[in-house]
Design a protein around this ligand. Structure first.
Ligand SMILES: [Zn+2]
Length: 177
Protein backbone atom coordinates (compact mmCIF):
# COMPACT_ATOMS: atom_id res chain seq x y z
CA UNK A 1 0.00 0.00 0.00
CA UNK A 2 1.41 3.36 -0.96
CA UNK A 3 0.84 6.11 1.54
CA UNK A 4 -0.81 9.31 0.38
CA UNK A 5 1.82 11.09 2.48
CA UNK A 6 5.06 9.33 1.48
CA UNK A 7 7.44 11.51 3.52
CA UNK A 8 7.15 13.71 6.57
CA UNK A 9 9.00 16.76 7.87
CA UNK A 10 11.47 16.05 10.65
CA UNK A 11 12.76 18.59 13.16
CA UNK A 12 15.65 16.85 14.90
CA UNK A 13 16.24 19.68 17.41
CA UNK A 14 12.63 19.66 18.59
CA UNK A 15 12.44 15.87 18.66
CA UNK A 16 15.59 15.50 20.75
CA UNK A 17 14.54 18.28 23.11
CA UNK A 18 11.09 16.74 23.67
CA UNK A 19 12.29 13.17 24.09
CA UNK A 20 15.51 13.33 26.12
CA UNK A 21 13.82 11.40 28.91
CA UNK A 22 12.99 8.39 26.72
CA UNK A 23 14.82 5.06 26.79
CA UNK A 24 16.04 3.70 23.46
CA UNK A 25 13.15 1.18 23.45
CA UNK A 26 10.72 4.04 23.99
CA UNK A 27 12.31 6.02 21.14
CA UNK A 28 11.77 3.06 18.84
CA UNK A 29 8.10 2.73 19.74
CA UNK A 30 7.49 6.48 19.67
CA UNK A 31 8.92 6.74 16.14
CA UNK A 32 6.70 3.83 15.02
CA UNK A 33 3.66 5.57 16.49
CA UNK A 34 4.56 8.90 14.87
CA UNK A 35 4.94 7.13 11.52
CA UNK A 36 1.59 5.36 11.85
CA UNK A 37 -0.04 8.61 12.95
CA UNK A 38 1.35 10.43 9.92
CA UNK A 39 0.21 7.78 7.44
CA UNK A 40 -3.22 7.19 8.99
CA UNK A 41 -3.95 10.77 10.05
CA UNK A 42 -4.25 9.64 13.69
CA UNK A 43 -3.95 6.57 15.88
CA UNK A 44 -6.64 3.88 16.15
CA UNK A 45 -9.14 4.26 18.98
CA UNK A 46 -8.43 0.77 20.30
CA UNK A 47 -5.43 0.96 22.63
CA UNK A 48 -4.43 -2.66 22.09
CA UNK A 49 -4.01 -1.85 18.40
CA UNK A 50 -1.83 1.12 19.38
CA UNK A 51 0.26 -1.23 21.55
CA UNK A 52 0.71 -3.57 18.58
CA UNK A 53 1.68 -0.67 16.28
CA UNK A 54 4.27 0.40 18.87
CA UNK A 55 5.80 -3.07 18.55
CA UNK A 56 5.39 -3.79 22.27
CA UNK A 57 4.05 -6.74 24.23
CA UNK A 58 1.07 -6.06 26.50
CA UNK A 59 3.39 -6.06 29.53
CA UNK A 60 5.81 -3.60 27.93
CA UNK A 61 2.89 -1.43 26.95
CA UNK A 62 1.52 -1.32 30.49
CA UNK A 63 4.80 -0.02 31.88
CA UNK A 64 5.44 2.48 29.05
CA UNK A 65 2.04 3.78 27.93
CA UNK A 66 1.98 6.75 30.33
CA UNK A 67 5.23 8.07 28.86
CA UNK A 68 3.67 7.99 25.38
CA UNK A 69 0.35 9.37 26.54
CA UNK A 70 2.29 12.33 27.89
CA UNK A 71 3.91 12.94 24.46
CA UNK A 72 0.61 12.59 22.66
CA UNK A 73 -2.47 14.30 24.00
CA UNK A 74 -5.89 13.15 25.19
CA UNK A 75 -7.20 10.18 23.15
CA UNK A 76 -3.78 9.72 21.49
CA UNK A 77 -3.99 12.92 19.46
CA UNK A 78 -0.84 14.88 18.56
CA UNK A 79 -1.20 18.62 17.90
CA UNK A 80 2.14 19.04 16.16
CA UNK A 81 1.58 16.15 13.76
CA UNK A 82 -2.02 17.26 13.14
CA UNK A 83 -0.70 20.70 12.12
CA UNK A 84 1.93 19.16 9.80
CA UNK A 85 -0.68 16.86 8.23
CA UNK A 86 -2.96 19.86 7.60
CA UNK A 87 -0.03 21.68 5.94
CA UNK A 88 0.84 18.65 3.81
CA UNK A 89 -2.76 18.13 2.68
CA UNK A 90 -3.16 21.81 1.77
CA UNK A 91 0.07 21.67 -0.28
CA UNK A 92 -1.00 18.46 -1.97
CA UNK A 93 -4.42 19.91 -2.89
CA UNK A 94 -2.80 23.07 -4.25
CA UNK A 95 -0.49 20.95 -6.40
CA UNK A 96 -3.43 18.95 -7.78
CA UNK A 97 -5.39 22.14 -8.49
CA UNK A 98 -2.53 23.88 -10.31
CA UNK A 99 0.20 21.50 -11.47
CA UNK A 100 1.94 24.24 -13.49
CA UNK A 101 2.71 26.27 -10.42
CA UNK A 102 4.85 23.32 -9.30
CA UNK A 103 7.15 23.36 -12.30
CA UNK A 104 10.78 23.16 -11.20
CA UNK A 105 12.48 26.55 -11.20
CA UNK A 106 14.75 27.40 -14.09
CA UNK A 107 18.39 26.41 -13.59
CA UNK A 108 20.87 29.29 -13.70
CA UNK A 109 22.43 30.22 -17.03
CA UNK A 110 26.01 28.87 -16.98
CA UNK A 111 28.57 31.56 -16.10
CA UNK A 112 30.63 30.84 -19.22
CA UNK A 113 27.59 31.55 -21.43
CA UNK A 114 26.74 34.74 -19.50
CA UNK A 115 30.28 35.96 -20.05
CA UNK A 116 30.01 35.45 -23.81
CA UNK A 117 26.75 37.44 -23.90
CA UNK A 118 28.05 40.31 -21.75
CA UNK A 119 31.29 40.54 -23.73
CA UNK A 120 29.29 40.67 -26.97
CA UNK A 121 26.58 43.15 -25.83
CA UNK A 122 28.46 45.20 -23.25
CA UNK A 123 26.63 46.91 -20.43
CA UNK A 124 23.94 48.28 -22.69
CA UNK A 125 20.32 47.18 -22.63
CA UNK A 126 19.73 45.66 -26.05
CA UNK A 127 16.02 46.47 -25.80
CA UNK A 128 15.96 50.17 -24.81
CA UNK A 129 19.60 51.19 -25.22
CA UNK A 130 20.12 52.43 -21.67
CA UNK A 131 23.62 52.26 -20.27
CA UNK A 132 22.46 52.80 -16.70
CA UNK A 133 21.40 50.45 -14.11
CA UNK A 134 21.33 46.87 -13.22
CA UNK A 135 21.70 44.53 -16.14
CA UNK A 136 20.48 41.02 -16.47
CA UNK A 137 20.91 38.32 -19.07
CA UNK A 138 17.50 37.68 -20.65
CA UNK A 139 16.18 34.87 -22.80
CA UNK A 140 14.95 36.49 -26.05
CA UNK A 141 12.71 33.51 -26.72
CA UNK A 142 11.48 32.75 -23.19
CA UNK A 143 12.86 29.76 -21.34
CA UNK A 144 9.32 28.80 -20.34
CA UNK A 145 8.47 28.50 -24.07
CA UNK A 146 11.47 26.29 -24.73
CA UNK A 147 14.06 29.03 -25.40
CA UNK A 148 17.62 27.77 -25.05
CA UNK A 149 20.51 28.89 -22.83
CA UNK A 150 22.62 29.72 -25.88
CA UNK A 151 24.30 33.09 -26.62
CA UNK A 152 22.10 33.43 -29.74
CA UNK A 153 19.00 33.34 -27.56
CA UNK A 154 20.42 35.50 -24.76
CA UNK A 155 20.86 39.24 -24.51
CA UNK A 156 21.85 41.90 -22.00
CA UNK A 157 18.73 43.71 -20.74
CA UNK A 158 18.16 46.36 -18.09
CA UNK A 159 16.12 45.26 -15.11
CA UNK A 160 13.00 47.31 -16.00
CA UNK A 161 12.93 45.86 -19.54
CA UNK A 162 13.50 42.34 -18.27
CA UNK A 163 10.77 42.69 -15.61
CA UNK A 164 8.36 44.10 -18.18
CA UNK A 165 9.09 41.44 -20.81
CA UNK A 166 8.92 38.55 -18.32
CA UNK A 167 8.06 35.38 -20.23
CA UNK A 168 6.58 37.08 -23.28
CA UNK A 169 8.11 36.53 -26.69
CA UNK A 170 9.71 39.58 -28.29
CA UNK A 171 6.72 39.99 -30.63
CA UNK A 172 4.21 39.74 -27.79
CA UNK A 173 6.13 42.22 -25.69
CA UNK A 174 6.72 44.75 -28.49
CA UNK A 175 3.08 44.46 -29.57
CA UNK A 176 1.88 45.46 -26.15
CA UNK A 177 4.29 48.33 -25.63
ZN1 LIG B 1 16.03 48.32 -21.17
Amino acid sequence: MSSKRPWMPWYPGDYIKDTRHLTLIQHGSYILLIGEYWMRGGLPKDEMTVCRLAGMTTEEWQSNRDVFLDLFGPNWTHKRIDAEIAKWDAMSNARKADPWSWRPTRPAIPTSVRKVVITRDGFVCQYCGTENGKFEVDHIHPWSHGGADTPENLTVACKPCNRSKKDKTLAEWRGRK
